[in-house]
Design a protein around this ligand. Structure first.
Ligand code: B12
Ligand code: SF4
Length: 558
């Protein structure tokens, strides 16, 4: 992908201070990286700043520009630079900001927000001057007001009142305002003209999608899910339907794509709101040949014909409005694991939901999480057959626990391999100690079943190519797991051999965790092996442009 010439980046308006919002693209391939879509979370923060403040907002999304360098941003001379990122992008952010700080001598404040900064603030502090944790759109405006304050003790006092802010006080010590204020009204709209390269991106990049949100939060709390800790508090909110329709119409016209990823945790959690939104979308595109295509996240119990299910009439309305793909978090085919996850569903419901969607002509995909205490290598292998039986068009399996601060982690945090989770490579890695197999066996089993499913029919070949690429890039991590097992876990007695393979000795693990000396030895040994692996990742990671070319996503050059 060629770079968008700097002449097409917006020029600075001399009378207004400029805030640059920047999203880098992770070097290390993951499945999500092959969908070209700016993250919704930062897009709403830019929208709020654009709508409610006098700053000049420029939102830079690396794939739209063909790359962003620290020199580019330094030359833009922003008043403040804001950045986001999942943990996948953490290494890229660190490299970027170390050069950026060198260039600007630390004179331009860097503010980090979003998932990685919220979950791993200690990590984000290595490159950010401020971290705005949790939902950022309401705290960002008072934060900027405080930043403008020249009197340092007054500024300190203003900072101390901003919920979710990590900042350094007058003595240079980090402080955190742990109180959380959930956003109630999500009533601001996109102005995509603040994103250079967004105009017509759909014509240049085949896999372009626009993120959109109709609701925020969920009504459930599955044990492994991170949504409550990310937002700081529970609560399900809906957006005004007219704003949603505006964003869809504007997004389609400006970006020239029909594809939308609906970033709701639970789509249609408020049925009346869903009906009104879908009804308005149908009206907005009445008589037009080009209609939106929406991918939404739902639970199977919304579709399986039970008491909480949507009706056929509601589903038909969703189809007319453009809902074409449902993404299910299915998580497991083991009834025991589903109970341990507090998923409140069973296999019968999954199959019934698949049948409902087939009747309505909606395609569906599923994600699974493995590594729960009854999971075995054979059980994980069975996921491919189940996915086939249910009629999924694609699927992927995650390892248990790639995120901290979930209920699961409160009880099982000691089973995370110490050393590198705050750099989980590409989101597909295993860092958890499963009960009935070694971590490397879990890692291999989740890819074996995924590759097995995608090898079965030619239509799954593009996804197969991506998964093979992701798996190839993960090899240094797989080798690190094997070294840790050989040199640490087995010799320390954390895993013991049986006739059927290795199983976890949780009592032994507890003893190690309770003994500071033994724990330090265990942690250091794992850390050392993970750190040695880090350099090897550099070799397997490919540039964003190459990854896009490999997946056949780029259509023409900007
Ligand atoms: C929708 C979604 C996606 C969509 C993204 C669509 C899009 N363009 O936005 C798709 C399907 C593409 C996707 C892909 C992936 N995802 Co995802 N995804 C989600 C999901 C379900 C919702 C995210 C969302 O939009 N939330 C709504 C917004 C409003 O919340 P938010 O993003 O947190 O943003 C708010 C605050 O964080 C803050 N904020 C955000 N950015 C900024 C920036 C600044 C400067 C400030 C001040 C504040 C701020 O303010 C925002 C507004 O309130 C979350 C799960 C969840 N419960 O949140 C996982 C989640 C974010 N995904 C996750 C993962 C791992 C991935 C993948 C790596 C999976 C994979 N292996 O491929 C890929 C990565 C893609 C990539 N480019 O690297 C993890 C991230 C964990 C982490 N520590 O990094 C999550 C948390 C799920 C989990 N396992 O717990 N994902
Ligand atoms: S996994 Fe899905 S249903 Fe469960 S709490 Fe998370 S968003 Fe809600």
């Amino acid at each position: 992908m060629d770079r968008l010439p700097r002449s097409r980046w917006p020029a600075k308006n001399a009378s207004r201070k400029r805030i640059v919002m920047m999203e880098l693209y992770p070097k290390m391939p993951n499945i999500g990286r092959f969908i070209i879509t700016p993250r919704y979370g930062m897009l709403v923060v830019s929208s709020v700043l654009n709508e409610k403040t006098d700053y000049e907002i420029t939102h830079l999304f690396s794939p739209y520009l063909g790359g962003i360098s620290p020199e580019d941003i330094a030359a833009m001379d922003p008043y403040c630079l804001m950045t986001n990122g999942l943990t996948t992008t953490a290494p890229d952010n660190e490299t970027f900001f170390s050069r950026f700080k060198e260039l600007t001598k630390g004179n331009i404040p860097v503010v980090a927000g979003g998932e990685h900064a919220t979950m791993y603030p200690e990590d984000a502090k290595t490159y950010a001057d401020y971290i705005l944790a949790f939902e950022g759109e309401e705290s960002v405006v008072p934060f900027l007001k405080a930043l403008e304050e020249n009197d340092s003790s007054l500024r300190d006092s203003l900072f101390s009142r901003i919920p979710g802010l990590h900042y350094r006080n007058v003595d240079g010590e980090w402080r955190f305002n742990s109180d959380v204020k959930r956003v109630v009204n999500i009533d601001y709209r996109y102005d995509l003209s603040i994103m250079p390269g967004a105009e017509g991106a759909g014509a240049r990049l085949r896999a372009t999608s626009i993120p959109i949100q109709t609701s925020r939060g969920c009504k459930y709390s599955c044990s492994f899910c991170s949504w409550i800790s990310l937002f700081g508090k529970p609560g399900y909110r809906v957006r005004p339907p007219e704003d949603i329709v505006y964003d869809v119409v504007h997004g389609m016209e400006y970006v020239r794509t029909r594809n939308f990823i609906v970033c709701d945790n639970l789509f249609a959690g408020d049925e009346d709101h869903m009906e009104e939104t879908m009804g308005r979308l149908v009206m907005a595109f009445e008589g037009k040949s080009n209609r939106p295509v929406l991918t939404v996240c739902m639970r199977a119990d919304q579709l399986c014909g039970g008491p909480d299910s949507l009706t056929d009439k509601q589903l038909a309305l969703m189809v007319r409005a453009g809902v074409s793909v449902v993404s299910f978090g299915l998580e497991s085919i083991s009834e025991r694991s589903l109970v341990q996850m507090r998923k409140k569903m069973d296999i019968g419901m999954y199959l019934a939901a698949g049948e409902t969607l087939q009747r309505h002509g909606i395609s569906y995909l599923g994600t699974f999480v493995s590594g729960f205490d009854s999971d075995t290598v054979d059980g994980i292998a069975g996921i491919a057959d189940f996915a086939e039986q249910m009629g999924l068009f694609t699927m992927q399996v995650y390892s248990r626990s790639i995120t901290p601060a979930t209920t699961d982690m409160i009880f099982y945090g000691h089973r995370i391999l110490p050393g590198r989770l705050n750099k989980y490579a590409n989101g597909h890695g295993t860092w958890f100690l499963p009960s009935l197999m070694l971590p490397s066996e879990l890692q291999k089993a989740i890819f074996d079943t995924t590759l097995n499913f995608h090898r079965r029919t030619p239509s799954r070949k593009p996804a197969l190519r991506v998964f093979l690429n992701v798996w190839e890039c993960l090899q240094p991590h797989v080798n690190a797991l094997k070294s840790i097992e050989r040199d640490v876990l087995i010799p320390m007695g954390i895993y013991e051999g049986t006739r059927h393979g290795y199983i976890l000795n949780e009592d032994r693990l507890h003893k190690i965790c309770e003994d500071p000396n033994e724990y330090a030895r265990y942690k250091l040994s794992c850390e050392k092996i993970f750190r040695e692996t880090e350099f090897l990742f550099e070799k397997t990671a490919v540039s964003a442009g190459n990854a896009i070319r490999m997946a056949g996503i780029s259509r023409t050059v900007a």
